[in-house]
Write a protein that binds this ligand. Structure first.
Ligand code: ADP
Ligand code: MG
Length: 319
């Protein structure tokens, strides 16, 4: 079972940023209003994610570390229309199989917080407010081959920041902070959607982009699209979300490229933040363990909506 866990972990956990993504997912699922990420050595030595969410009850702490233990799926039908970020009940088990994991949590009902040491299984009361702290140390310590594939601390740190950035763009109502080696590296306070885009992507992007707003049948789109005179063109500034979940999707990417080709004749790379809302039964989010891919029931419908939405936004006269 240890081996199975490690193999499963390989699919989900590639690098520190994968851990960060899963832990922040969980914090948001728990209804956190503030998420703090602390990293050491790019996350390889330490990843600590702290939230003020609902917490985990003492007797649930050991259960949370078991494979396929999830509090989020009550029935098979739930799998079809997943409303939460995490849903496979694998992330904590996968992380615990490739690192030293400890869980510290307190619910509103509990008299104190409890700390679970993932390795020894020891459970003891400690002091903490309501919420959860997950600490992950020495990622891939028992799988040196995998550890060897990691890049420099600076690169791994950048990937971790990117993982938080993706969440932060879609959840302006939640505050985020990232610390590296004891220093505050990024902080995004709760804000409106426009303000959060500006905070995370920079004034630059806001000044050189146009609003996107579109509605067609079951598809709704909102966001911003970069225009050619952008001072800085970052190819990696393509943030797409489906029902609040960050995705990298061929249909969306192709539609965006087509729109930029049509309107701007390829004068620049597509740069955008796009939030697509669609009824859950029209999209399958269970395609890949990392949940970054989706499958639309009607790809053409989505392609057309994105293409038209961007074309309209890019072609609109600008002040
Ligand atoms: P999943 O998120 O798919 O359910 P995970 O392995 O990520 O699976 O987490 C297992 C369970 O642990 C969750 O279903 C949830 O009940 C609990 N949990 C994990 N992280 C948190 C958190 N930050 N706050 C509250 N509960 C959490
Ligand atoms: Mg999860």
């Amino acid at each position: 079972d240890e081996l199975i866990s490690q193999i499963a972990a390989g699919e989900v956990i590639e690098r520190p940023a994968s851990v960060v993504r899963e832990l922040v997912d969980n914090a948001l699922d728990a209804g956190a209003t503030q998420v703090t990420v602390r990293l050491s050595a790019g996350g390889v030595r330490l990843i600590c994610v702290e939230d003020d969410g609902c917490g985990i009850a003492r007797e649930e702490l050991p259960v949370a570390l078991k494979r396929h233990a999830t509090s989020k799926i009550a029935s098979l039908a739930d799998l079809e229309s997943v409303g939460t970020m995490g849903f496979r009940g694998e992330a904590l088990a996968a992380i615990a199989s490739v690192a030293e994991l400890s869980l510290l949590s307190r619910t509103a009902e509990a008299a104190s917080a409890h700390l679970l040491d993932g390795r020894s299984g020891e459970l003891r009361p400690v002091a903490r407010g309501i919420g959860t702290t997950v600490e992950v140390k020495e990622l891939f310590f028992s799988t040196p081959a995998r550890r060897k594939f990691l890049k420099t601390d600076a690169t791994e740190f950048a990937h971790c920041v990117e993982a938080v950035r993706r969440h932060a763009l879609a959840r302006p109502d939640v505050g985020f902070a990232i610390w590296h080696e004891g220093k505050l590296a990024e902080q995004w306070r709760p804000a409106g959607q426009e303000q959060r885009w500006a905070d995370v992507l920079g004034r630059d992007f806001i000044e050189h982009s146009v609003p996107v707003a579109w509605r067609a049948g079951p598809v709704r789109l909102a966001g911003r699209a970069g225009i050619p005179d952008a001072a800085r063109s970052r190819a990696d500034q393509q943030f797409a979300y489906v029902n609040g979940r960050y995705v990298r999707d061929k249909v969306l990417q192709h539609a965006a490229r087509s729109a930029y080709e049509d309107v701007l004749h390829g004068q620049r790379q597509p740069v955008y933040v796009l939030q697509l809302e669609i009824s859950p039964e029209r999209v399958d989010v269970n395609v890949h363990p990392t949940k970054i891919e989706v499958r639309f029931r009607d790809g053409r419908e989505v392609h057309q909506a994105v293409r038209h939405a961007l074309e309209q936004a890019l072609a609109a006269p600008r002040a």
